[in-house]
Design a protein around this ligand. Sequence first.
Ligand SMILES: CC(C)(COP(=O)(O)OP(=O)(O)OC[C@H]1O[C@@H](n2cnc3c(N)ncnc32)[C@H](O)[C@@H]1OP(=O)(O)O)[C@@H](O)C(=O)NCCC(=O)NCCS
Length: 168
Amino acid sequence: MITIQKANEEHIDGIAKVCIDAYWATYSELLSSEYINRMIREFYTYDRILKEITITNRQWNGWIVAVDDGMVVGAGGGGMISENHGELFVLYLDPNRRKEGLGSMLLDAVTKELKEYGAKEQWVSVTKHNDKGIPFYEAKGFFCVHEQLEYGVVEGEDYMALRYHRMI
Ligand SMILES: CC(C)(COP(=O)(O)OP(=O)(O)OC[C@H]1O[C@@H](n2cnc3c(N)ncnc32)[C@H](O)[C@@H]1OP(=O)(O)O)[C@@H](O)C(=O)NCCC(=O)NCCS
């Protein structure tokens, strides 16, 4: 049975695994291994995820996980970026579990929390040409507003991210 729930310490390794596996499956053809490894080292360590589970607030509402038979199969999280704008900061699934509706369930759960914090509009950044993510957001009513340099690029990298927006 699949449950959508707030993550606790039991889910840390599962969150890291799902996100790291999804990073390689999603970005191998779009971003360099150097960039991907740098992001994985920044975001998906045990200690960072432990903090993100322990310390939650308006700016970071905490991890939400999809759990199937005790295994983390998807993870996401959001937070407020201004008075009434919320953002989906992260959303990844086990690459073998895409297109079963899990992403929709996680997005709904993150969005519900954002609305409780007063969000009327929602944002998400998607890597340009990410065709495993963009069609999902467009199916959910997001529109691309503008593009900007991808998070964390260093000199010599010119990766771009698209800022997607919807009313909620
Ligand atoms: C993006 C992601 C979380 C979506 O979750 P999912 O469980 O696969 O999506 P769902 O099954 O809930 O699909 C919801 C809708 O989006 C559509 N959709 C999702 N991915 C799609 C794709 N690649 N192409 C076309 N349509 C897609 C589905 O057809 C469905 O439409 P419907 O409601 O009209 O039937 C998941 O596919 C994923 O992990 N992708 C790779 C990582 C990624 O890009 N994450 C986002 C980073 S910003």
